[in-house]
Each structure stands twice: as structure tokens, then as C-alpha cells.
Design a protein around this ligand. Structure first.
Ligand code: ADP
Ligand code: MG
Length: 260
């Protein structure tokens, strides 16, 4: 199973939108996808139409070791896309985990314990922080996908994320690498967007995906209908961009994975 963490400690940069729509695009391509909502805000769960009272075991119970991944995963309206939901309980986890053994490896252990053939890919939607939850996600993942919003402070904070990434790679997870940086909320009418995109490419080079996700109101409307934009309106510019991004992303995966 390919394991991808979607992380950026800034809020509102498009992590959850990317997780939901890349997950949907991969599922539509025939992959069996597990999405782990790892943000106490539970936006990924809400955005997929899973209401609070439908959330049984969540990522919190998985982290505590009180539920397996398989037991916590629930099907969504999207065929082949399963979700481990999040609840507000997860907000206490950062503090609670301090007393746990192997506190940085809780999610990794849970994923390792899942039956190997159950899912082809696992996407982890991280919270907007570099705390213990994101660390668990980076220890469990093999690839990091970073959404970066096309706004003035886009690159600010990225060095902090990359430092955390390096630290986790050298201490715990030598197999971790960067899958790519995805530019989000690009506004073609705004010259600043264009400038930021150019600067980010000049600074980071090929790690930045060619596909740029435009600012598109359909992407922000879809979650209130409990649907991925790719299902809510598969022809809007946002959905088309996410389909292209998924294709580019598949092209970057290690060779055996592409055939999955
Ligand atoms: P994060 O998970 O990083 O906090 P979200 O994916 O939740 O970010 O996005 C923040 C807000 O912006 C949400 O309301 C979302 O619907 C909206 N949004 C995300 N991407 C786009 C986009 N490309 N165009 C317009 N709105 C977007
Ligand atoms: Mg989010």
C-alpha cells in the first residue's frame, strides 16, 4: 500500500480539498483508496458527507490502539473510497499521546497491522500544525504531498515543514520522500498568483507539480453537499485540475505502484 501524507502546517491551503479530490480521482481510476482524516476539525469526514453520528471508531481510537484501521474504515458514496473519520476527540490526542509508548509510531503501527492487500493507497489528511499528529502521519507515510496556496506568504513556513520532514526522515523514516508540491487556489485574474507560482517554481524546481489547481467556487461548494467536487461537478475547472494532478501524481509513484 502506498502511503501519502498531505501536510502543510498552514490552515486553509487546500489540504483537505486535495485529499478528498485526489482520493476520488484515484478511486475512479480503479484504485482502492483509504483516506484517513487526521484533523480534529473533521473537515474531510464532513466533506465526504459522513455526519458526526455516523462516525463510530475514528482516527482517535486507531491512534489509541482501541480500534484497528479496518474496523474504523467506513465506505463513502464514492466506490472504492473508504474513510477513517475524525472527531473532536482527536484534539486531545496530542497531549494524551505524550504518555504513550512509541507515541510517534502509533499510526504507522496501525497501518502496518492492516491486511496488506486491503487498499492500494492510503492518504492522510493532516491538521494545520507540526505537532504529534502530523509527526505520526510523516512517520507512517512514505511520500509527502504539500499543497501550497498561491498567495504572498506561500513559501513562509515551508522551511519549517521541510525541517520537520528532514528530522523525521533521518530519525525514524529513511524511506520518506517528497512526492511533490501542488500549487492551489491559483487565480488567473490576479497577477500576484502568477508571480507567486513563478517564485515557487524558481525556488523549488521540479518538485512542484506542473498542474496548478485554480481558485474555483465549485471546489468550495462541494463539501457542503457532502460530495467531492469530482462528483458534485466533474466538469468544473477545479475537478479537471484535480484529475490532471492525480494523473501527474500517479506518474511520479514508484514503478510497481503505477500498475496497482
Ligand atoms: P486545509 O485543509 O489546508 O485547511 P481546505 O482544503 O479545507 O484547506 O481549504 C480551505 C477552504 O478553501 C475551504 O473552504 C475550501 O472549500 C476552500 N478551497 C480549497 N481549495 C479551493 C480552490 N482551489 N478554490 C476555491 N476554494 C477552495
Ligand atoms: Mg483540512
Amino acid at each position: 500500500m502506498i502511503r501519502i501524507a498531505i501536510a502543510n502546517q498552514k490552515g486553509g491551503v487546500g489540504k483537505t480539498t486535495t485529499a478528498i479530490n485526489i482520493g476520488t480521482a484515484l478511486a475512479a481510476s480503479g484504485w482502492r483508496v483509504l483516506l484517513i482524516d487526521f484533523d480534529p476539525q473533521g473537515n474531510c469526514s464532513t466533506g465526504l458527507g459522513i455526519h458526526q453520528n455516523e462516525r463510530g471508531a475514528s482516527s482517535y481510537e486507531v491512534l489509541r490502539g482501541d480500534s484497528t484501521l479496518v474496523d474504523a474504515a467506513i465506505p463513502t458514496k464514492v466506490p472504492r473510497l473508504d474513510l477513517v473519520p475524525a472527531t473532536v476527540d482527536l484534539s486531545g490526542a496530542e497531549i494524551e499521546l505524550i504518555d504513550f509508548e512509541h507515541r510517534t509510531h502509533r499510526l504507522d503501527a496501525a497501518i502496518n497491522a492492516a491486511p496488506p492487500g486491503r487498499w492500494d493507497v492510503c492518504l492522510i489528511d493532516c491538521p494545520p500544525s507540526l505537532g504529534l499528529l502530523t509527526i505520526n502521519a510523516l512517520v507512517a507515510a512514505r511520500l509527502l504531498l504539500v499543497p501550497l496556496q498561491c498567495e504572498f506568504f506561500a513559501l513562509e513556513g515551508l522551511s519549517q515543514l521541510l525541517t520537520t520532514f528532514e528530522r523525521i526522515r533521518s530519525r525514524f523514516n529513511p524511506g520518506l520522500s517528497i512526492l511533490g508540491v501542488a500549487l492551489t487556489m491559483y487565480d488567473k485574474r490576479n497577477r500576484l498568483s502568477e508571480q507567486v507560482a513563478q517564485d515557487v517554481r524558481a525556488c523549488l524546481g521540479d518538485v512542484v507539480f506542473e498542474t496548478v489547481i485554480p481558485r474555483n467556487v465549485r471546489l468550495s461548494e462541494a463539501p457542503s453537499h457532502g460530495l467531492p467536487a469530482l462528483i458534485y461537478d466533474h466538469r468544473c475547472s477545479g475537478s479537471e485540475a484535480y484529475i490532471a494532478l492525480a494523473r501527474e501524481l500517479i506518474g511520479r509513484l514508484p514503478a510497481p505502484a503505477k500498475a496497482a
